[in-house]
Design a protein around this ligand. Structure first.
Ligand SMILES: [Zn+2]
Length: 252
């Protein structure tokens, strides 16, 4: 498979370390025809990138014996940030399940479970699986596409791309791409072996739902925490903050 080069995201990496997760990368020149009624001619694009969790800052080797106890900062599971965009009605998405998994399981089921996690906490039906697609990568093509593609930088696990009207902040389209530079699986039992699809996908669906990434370690239990590790599954279930964010936009 050809490797996609995520130039926009490379630029984003520099910006991201300073400012925040969301950045406006470019304004599309070619725009789709027809599609959703009321779809404006010019939409803005925003890309959220999801990097691999950084190594823990170097802890010195401790001498043999009882290590001194370090006080752990308590986690805050109630926090959330919205990036500004929101869905107006149900968004139908298509999955391209062309990915070889290191574990047995159905990637379509895993992705649908992820979308459902947001649907069950909101009054509005946000996402609906419309079927399978042969499309992959991201493009403004009036189809919400979930796919696996090998792209760089390779330490990005996944990206979520949204197209929205800057006047109303309504999201008209989104695509989610998982990076096949990494192994993927369903509930990977062996740590460090693969990324759990549902874990990462639940986070990614949070972006078209309107939520922003949070990077402070005290928010490390949230689904919208901006880093993930192989074997991790805790993002499959939404925390209080994730739910509050979604319910602020769509009711409970
Ligand atoms: Zn994210």
């Amino acid at each position: 498979m050809k490797t996609k080069i995520l130039i926009a995201a490379l630029v984003g990496l520099l910006v991201i370390s300073v400012v925040s997760a969301g950045l406006i990368v470019s304004k599309p020149e070619q725009l789709g025809r027809g599609g959703k009624p009321g779809r404006p001619e010019k939409l803005e694009q925003i890309i959220f990138v999801h990097p691999v969790a950084p190594e823990k800052p170097g802890k010195p080797d401790k001498p043999p014996g009882k290590p001194p106890k370090e006080p752990e900062e308590p986690k805050d599971n109630t926090y959330y940030e919205l990036w500004g965009g929101y869905l107006d009605g149900t968004a139908s998405y298509y999955i391209n399940p062309n990915v070889s998994l290191v574990t047995a399981g159905d990637p379509v089921v895993a992705v649908n479970n992820s979308a459902e996690a947001w649907d069950v906490v909101t009054a509005d039906e946000l996402f609906n699986c419309a079927g399978i697609t042969a499309k992959s990568w991201y493009a403004e093509d009036e189809q919400n596409t979930i796919s696996w593609v090998k792209f760089i930088p390779r330490d990005y696990i996944a990206i979520a791309v949204m197209w929205y009207d800057p006047a109303t902040m309504i999201i008209y389209e989104f695509d989610i791409v998982f990076n096949t530079f990494h192994n993927w699986g369903i509930d990977p039992v062996k740590k460090d072996r693969a990324f759990d699809i549902q874990n990462i996908a639940t986070h990614e669906f949070g972006h078209p739902a309107g939520l922003d990434d949070v990077y402070d370690e005290i928010y490390g239990e949230l689904t919208m925490y901006g880093y993930s590790s192989k074997g991790e599954t805790k993002k499959c279930s939404l925390e209080e903050g994730d739910i509050s964010g979604a319910q602020e936009l769509y009711g409970e």
